[in-house]
Design a protein around this ligand. Structure first.
Ligand SMILES: [Zn+2]
Length: 410
């Protein structure tokens, strides 16, 4: 139920979101101008720290892995807003209607590299915090705003560093990835598996003296493909999938190859673990004489820190009845008077760490539209950007209100 006091407050939040829209758009344009490929986000992090200071955060810092962070409030419940600053790399700038790093406003949207993934999300969470701060909205919460790094190459690794290296453990995480102002409560997981056969190298003129690792791999590839029929399924995510995506061997055309290695891309259901995935694959490939491992993803932060870790990104799903989802629904209902559709993401996000690995309740909400993600017409609708800021301003109140029934202003 939305009381009279609440409806006044909600109108004020929406008005301030409108009033701050020009500043929010300038910030987004600045972020788009800064090239920030994964591992090279330093300048975008600095620009975000500057904005977090400008909006009056109580504390602003860069964590040990080089993420930008701002804090508002000192309450019991710690809410983390996460949106990443790194972008996908431009394959061919000539395909872009506008130069990728030159922000342009056209048809009510801001165009530019990363507008939809995920700099629009960064602008939404930072200006949500700005509204919260200007209206002096408080409650028993601490709000952390994170301009995250490393997401495109190694989603979740930067968030893991914040939690496990720096000891900042939020009670809940909101991800400002593309949802078109609706809610997302999960994603499939993904991992990389390397499967290897070994043979015996001899000169290719005497193959009968050797053992050909490529020939040994033939039944293994067929068996890996056949596994698709029996992979775990899920009522929401559908079927798990497995694709042999790379094949390698020694680059010596006149030898019988002594090794052959294939890479498998596996898409997983929530609940699948490194042990369960490896056990399933090994049961199939070991009888054929092959080995299976999950390799480490090499990761280096823009500050020079190595964060290499297993190339394993678990899936997750927030229960339909979880209070976090209810708080997201209540926020949307209060602002726009209509229930927000709830779905799951096709792609992977930092939620793979927060929800999938650390078990922290995680929810997705962002102004950006999925169809523009990693596309040459990358853009974010400006009216949606403003609405998302209002959502992020109001959410903490709804979150603690749902739990304790207290909203304070002043
Ligand atoms: Zn993203």
């Amino acid at each position: 139920m939305v009381s009279t006091l609440h409806s006044e407050l909600i109108a004020t939040v929406s008005q301030l979101a409108e009033a701050l829209a020009p500043q929010q758009q300038r910030f987004l344009a600045d972020l788009i101008r800064i090239r920030s490929y994964t591992g090279d986000e330093g300048a975008a992090v600095q620009r975000t720290l500057q904005e977090l200071r400008a909006i009056g955060c109580d504390e602003v810092w860069m964590d040990s892995a080089g993420n930008a962070l701002g804090r508002i409030g000192n309450g019991r419940r710690v809410i983390l807003y996460d949106a990443h600053l790194d972008t996908n790399e431009v394959a061919d700038a000539s395909e872009w209607p506008h130069p990728p790093l030159e922000p342009v406003i056209e048809h009510g949207a801001m165009w530019g590299l990363g507008a939809s993934d995920c700099k629009g999300g960064v602008a939404a969470i930072v200006y949500g915090a700005a509204i919260l701060k200007q209206l002096a909205l408080s409650g028993d919460f601490t709000l952390l705003v994170m301009g995250a790094t490393l997401e495109e190459d190694a989603e979740g690794f930067a968030l893991r560093a914040l939690v496990e290296r720096d000891g900042v453990r939020p009670d809940t995480v909101l991800l400002a990835e593309a949802t078109d102002l609706t809610l997302r409560r999960g994603q499939r997981g993904r991992c990389e598996i390397r499967v290897r056969t070994t043979g015996k190298a001899v000169h290719a003129s005497t193959p009968h003296l050797g053992e050909n690792a490529i020939l040994k791999m033939l039944p293994v590839v067929a068996a890996l493909e056949a596994m698709n029929a029996d992979l775990p399924t899920h009522p929401i995510f559908g079927k798990g999938t497995q694709v042999v995506s790379l094949i390698e061997g020694p680059h010596t055309p006149n030898s019988v190859p002594s090794w052959c290695e294939v890479t498998v891309d596996r898409r997983m259901m929530p609940g699948e673990t490194m042990a369960s995935v490896l056990a399933g694959v090994r049961a199939v490939v070991e009888p054929l004489g092959a080995t299976a491992t999950i390799p480490d993803q090499p990761v280096r932060t823009h500050t020079g820190l190595r964060l290499d870790g297993p190339s394993f990104y678990p899936g997750w799903l927030l229960e339909e009845t979880h209070p976090l989802l209810a708080a997201g629904q209540a926020t949307g209902q209060a602002l726009w008077g209509t229930p927000l559709p709830v779905d799951v993401w096709r792609f992977s996000t930092d939620g793979t760490y927060s929800a999938g690995a650390a078990g922290i309740p995680t929810l997705g909400f962002g102004p950006q539209e999925e169809r523009y993600v990693h596309a040459a017409d990358d853009q974010v609708d400006l009216a949606k950007l403003t609405k998302a800021a209002a959502f992020y301003a109001l959410f903490p109140l709804m979150f603690v209100n749902g739990e304790e029934g207290t909203i304070e202003r002043g």
